[in-house]
Ligand binder design. Structure first.
Ligand SMILES: Nc1ncnc2c1ncn2[C@@H]1O[C@H](COP(=O)(O)OP(=O)(O)OP(=O)(O)O)[C@@H](O)[C@H]1O
Ligand SMILES: [Mg+2]
Length: 322
């Protein structure tokens, strides 16, 4: 199980957004984020709204261009993929699925069309065998009877079925990585587990790596081997999911986890820790972003963000008070 191939290696990633039209008025949505994603492994990214989770995923799918830091995929920098006309190959291997499966499907096209298109674009099938391949994928994601499903349009399916179509479309091109941005949060509670188990199968049996963005710590632990906690664009704690969720060390993670009333029932609202002001982080900001809300903050926390401390083997946190 060890020595799995590292697929994505992210180092010191930074993303600044302009506030309004001024070039100099910036907010830092992602600050000094580093992590690795290995083959067949899932990393859950948890954190309150606005912590930079989706921005991170959008950078990895090249929707946004990052301001600083490096992204390496299979040993080659993203910049090199782009400069060597390898964007399409990168895009094939790093797929994304979104929160709203309805929004990501085109209402005027059949399910067949949605899955056949990437197969043809990325030359995973020919015109002759594309339908057969569409049926195989529908079967794989649990959408049978496949012939009937392929003829349907997005509005004729349930939310859970639509998310299965989005997953089939993503895996059609044999990706190495799927970036799943809150893939179950808009679905009926009754179908969420089915989608998570489908993703777990793709991970365990097909070796696909997942970055699983969620507000739900219980599902992070259920699905992902590793968990990273984000706060105001910073990764404050990360490591094995069991260790991070059961023995959190950073005061923010502790607060976040204490706000989850019952494992298995954690929802979006449960994650909001309402005490104190969430700071607007600027490129010039210093210190720990949690200092303004932290019960144990001292002068050092206002002055600087500490380096990571290994609190347990493979479990890290960035806090002056560890
Ligand atoms: N295109 C953009 N232009 C300006 N600011 C942006 C843009 N995209 C995101 N932001 C800002 O960056 C910060 C992080 O946003 P992001 O969407 O990554 O958060 P998130 O962790 O995904 O939140 P949620 O849990 O609500 O989805 C927010 O303050 C947001 O307003
Ligand atoms: Mg988001």
């Amino acid at each position: 199980m060890e020595n799995k191939e590292t697929l994505l290696e992210i180092k010191n990633l930074v993303m600044d957004f302009r506030i309004g039209h001024s070039k100099s008025n910036l907010m830092r949505a992602v600050n000094d984020v580093s992590f690795e994603l290995k083959k067949g492994e899932a990393l859950a990214i948890v954190g309150e709204s606005g912590s930079g989770k989706s921005t991170g995923a959008r950078i990895l799918t090249r929707i946004y261009e990052h301001s600083a830091g490096s992204i390496t995929f299979k040993g080659k920098s993203l910049a090199d993929y782009v400069s060597e006309n390898g964007e399409l190959e990168y895009a094939r291997q790093v797929q994304m699925i979104f929160q709203d499966p309805f929004g990501s499907l085109n209402p005027v096209h059949s399910i067949h069309h949605h899955i056949a298109r990437p197969l043809l674009i990325h030359k995973r099938a020919s015109k002759q065998n594309v339908t057969e391949k569409v049926y195989e994928l529908l079967e794989l994601v649990g959408l049978s009877p496949v012939v009937e499903t392929a003829q349907k349009f997005p509005h004729e399916l349930s939310g859970g079925q639509r998310q299965r179509v989005a997953i089939a479309r993503a895996i059609a091109v044999d990706p190495e990585v799927i970036l799943a941005d809150e893939p179950i949060s808009m679905l009926d509670v009754s179908v969420r587990l089915g989608i998570l188990n489908l993703m777990a199968d793709l991970k365990d049996k097909h070796g696909i790596a997942f970055m699983y963005i969620t507000h739900d710590i219980a599902t992070a632990r259920y699905f992902a081997e590793k968990t990273a906690v984000m706060y105001v664009g910073h990764m404050v704690e990360w490591g094995e999911s069991d260790s991070v969720t059961q023995t959190p060390q950073h005061p923010y993670s502790k607060l976040l986890l204490s706000a989850v009333p019952e494992v298995g029932r954690a929802g979006r609202r449960d994650l909001s820790v309402r005490k104190g002001e969430i700071p607007l982080w600027k490129p010039s900001s210093v210190g720990c972003p949690f200092a303004s809300r932290c019960p144990i903050a001292t002068e050092a926390c206002i002055q600087s963000m500490p380096e990571a401390t290994e609190v347990k083997p493979g479990h890290y946190a960035r806090c002056h008070h560890l």
